[in-house]
Design a protein around this ligand. Sequence first.
Ligand code: AMP
Length: 284
Amino acid sequence: MLIFHTVHQLQNYLRHQKQKGLITGFVPTMGALHQGHLSLLEDSKKATDLTICSIFVNPTQFNDPKDFEKYPVTISIDVELLLKAGVDVLFLPSVKEIYPNGTVNQPHYDLGFLETVLEGKYRPGHFQGVCQVMHRLLTIADAHHLFMGQKDYQQCMVINHLIETQKIPTKLHIAPTLRESDGLAMSSRNMRLTKEDRQTAVAISQTLTQMKMQLQPGSLQKIKDDATAFLTSKGFRVDYTEIAHADTLALVNNWNGTDPVVALIAAYIGEIRLIDNMLLTKTD
Ligand code: AMP
């Protein structure tokens, strides 16, 4: 595996590989890698000739500075995992390399409705940071294919919007959420949970399953209220338990029985904020 720290070196290398006709796949991450990340890398390896993984904890997407400071960093373990996974290239840039002109005065992206609901509403500025880093990374990697996880449902929609509006010639593939054996969605943040909170955290996926079972045409208010009440009773501080149109993320209060819908949850256990989602109208 080749490790590049600078844009210049990475682009030089990739130019030569593409001249040979190789198809490239890109998996951007913030490190602290787990099986969920590895499944994306596996998808890329199957679909392309050369897989590029990036590890970059992007400061501009953290609306909470404490969350940024405490974000887990496990680079040497990550490198081992990537070697075992057979990844071809690791891009490990510094903040200066990604933002040579600094992190302030970055471009603003018009995300419309997507920035006003759910993660957009509860994490102001988060998706601006996501777009800033992803626009830069996608331009640098200039890959044929991009692999991201359904775990970050709204993020996938934001990136889809970015690719379309900025006319980025990379195809987005969305992979299913990998879960622990008890159902907890894998996440780098899980390693910050205490033993007790880790056990409690399973309630999020249980709630999503319950929401799926309760779904029927008509008002969805009781389903959402039950979900919040259950999580609160378990000790969570709930940001939202919502049901939205799976294609637009427009919140659905009355379901017509046919529109595709997704349930989405964001809740704190202790100081750790966890998110998860489940498609309610098809098997996840
Ligand atoms: P992150 O390192 O959290 O920024 O995530 C990097 C990529 O991995 C994103 O596309 C995430 O959606 C994806 N990802 C994170 N957790 C999972 C999971 N449990 N299953 C599948 N993909 C995931």
